[in-house]
Design a protein around this ligand. Structure first.
Ligand SMILES: Nc1ncnc2c1ncn2[C@@H]1O[C@H](COP(=O)(O)OP(=O)(O)OP(=O)(O)O)[C@@H](O)[C@H]1O
Length: 395
């Protein structure tokens, strides 16, 4: 349990938007006298309770349109909730979607001053930080250009530079960082890490799930405006990946190719050692015999068998399939067993999971069995990371 004070507290927060839709031509003809638009309520957030503790880094994740940016804006006070309460403490700086925060007709310089004053900085303090802000942004050549002529990357560079230089207690970052080039993204991540060391609070919206596992203390998964998981980043990203997988499978099931192979599926995956025994602990350089049971009620031609190794958060570490191996599989009828041998497996210490999959040659995946088997790798604590190796200090 975190015992640090709460800097943001949301209770029962819902956010409704009114969407105006153009009526169809038919509707317009039938109801000619009425307006051409009709209104529809849309709930972008529903009954959200959230406590964010000082000094923590929280990732907001979820599918497109699930309400992440809306939640971030509600936390930041840019949006007032339709119902519920939001309390915040301390100075809050937000880097939101492109276009928010800067005035297009003002120059970069004018926007820096305007933004800093909105965030509560005096002119004298901004004067003191100004060179550092411009230096961090790397766009000094354009600082006296109106921001409407900025590229998205230039815009984000300046916005991020302002946000991190106003000494915020809480930093809110929407996924806009992704539009910066790689060196700038790295610079931002370094800055975020130094903020974490300073004990500041960060709320991050992102689609980079591995980054969430890497950087966040906690992750909140939103789906259709509701919080579905709030907890350990590995658990949250796993849940989200599983939900993506379920959605993908439902889509594949309704695709025309699925009807050519109804019920084709992976039944089981086993990790065997060289003697054909199932194992739980892998030693460096060992081979793995991955045994897969598959089934197709109707004869299935031109199919591909795939296997993979993943981390518990669902990150893919290794994957192969019979198409990559250039091997055509025999027609699959009923239940059959296949084996793919992986030689010289060198994984870093940790837990790993195996999945099996069945696909159409150059076509969609028909079925995947995730987390079908698991094993762990230990190396006496001499290294960390996904790659397995035996390090030695030579001189
Ligand atoms: N001002 C608005 N008026 C009407 N609908 C809105 C408004 N802002 C957001 N929405 C709708 O609310 C839903 C949630 O949007 P939001 O931007 O919060 O999603 P998101 O999870 O950040 O998505 P993405 O991953 O695509 O950025 C979407 O369906 C969006 O169309």
């Amino acid at each position: 349990m975190t015992t640090t004070p709460t800097v943001v507290r949301l209770r029962d927060v819902s956010q409704r938007f009114v969407i105006r839709k153009d009526k169809s031509l038919k509707e317009r003809l039938v109801n000619a006298a009425r307006s051409r638009k009709h209104r529809e309520d849309f709930w972008a957030l529903r009954d959200v309770d959230l406590d964010i503790h000082a000094g923590t880094t929280v990732g907001l994740i979820g599918p497109n349109g699930s309400g992440k940016s809306t939640l971030l804006k509600t936390i930041g006070g840019i949006l007032q909730p339709t119902s519920g309460t939001v309390e915040r403490r301390g100075r809050l700086a937000a880097l939101l979607e492109l276009g928010a925060g800067f005035h297009p007709d003002l120059t970069g310089r004018e926007n820096v001053y305007l933004n800093a004053s909105i965030l509560g900085l005096s002119r004298a303090t901004t004067d003191r930080y100004f060179d550092e802000i411009v230096d961090f942004s790397g766009i000094e050549k354009f600082i006296d250009t109106q921001v409407k002529f900025y590229s998205s990357g230039m815009y984000v560079r300046l916005a991020f530079a302002v946000a991190v230089h106003v000494d915020p207690d809480v930093l809110l970052v929407d996924e806009v960082l992704a539009v910066g080039d790689e060196p700038f993204q790295r610079k931002c991540l370094d800055k975020i890490r130094s903020f974490q060391k300073d004990g500041r609070t960060i709320v991050l919206v992102t689609h980079a799930l591995d980054q969430v596992v890497d950087m966040c203390d906690r992750a909140v998964v939103l789906e259709s405006g509701r919080v579905v998981v709030d907890g350990e980043p590995t658990v949250a990203t796993r849940t989200l990946r599983d939900d993506f997988e379920t959605a993908r499978r439902a889509e594949a099931d309704s695709s025309p190719s699925a009807s050519t192979a109804p019920g084709a599926r992976v039944l089981a995956v086993r990790a065997l050692d060289e003697d054909g025994q199932e194992f739980r602990e892998l030693s460096a350089g060992q081979s793995i015999r991955v045994q897969v049971d598959v089934e197709s009620p109707a004869p299935l031609d031109d199919w591909v068998l795939g296997i993979g190794i993943d981390t518990p958060s669902g990150m893919s570490v290794f994957g192969t399939n019979t198409q990559l191996l250039g091997q055509r599989m025999p027609v699959l009828r009923g239940r059959q067993q296949f084996e793919i041998r992986l030689d010289n497996v060198c994984l870093g210490p940790g837990r790993y999971e195996l999945h099996g999959a069945l696909a159409i040659w150059s076509g969609p995946e028909l079925h995947r069995l995730p987390q079908a088997a698991n094993f762990s790798v230990s190396n006496g604590g001499v290294s960390v990371g996904l790659l397995g190796s035996t390090p030695t200090l030579v001189r």
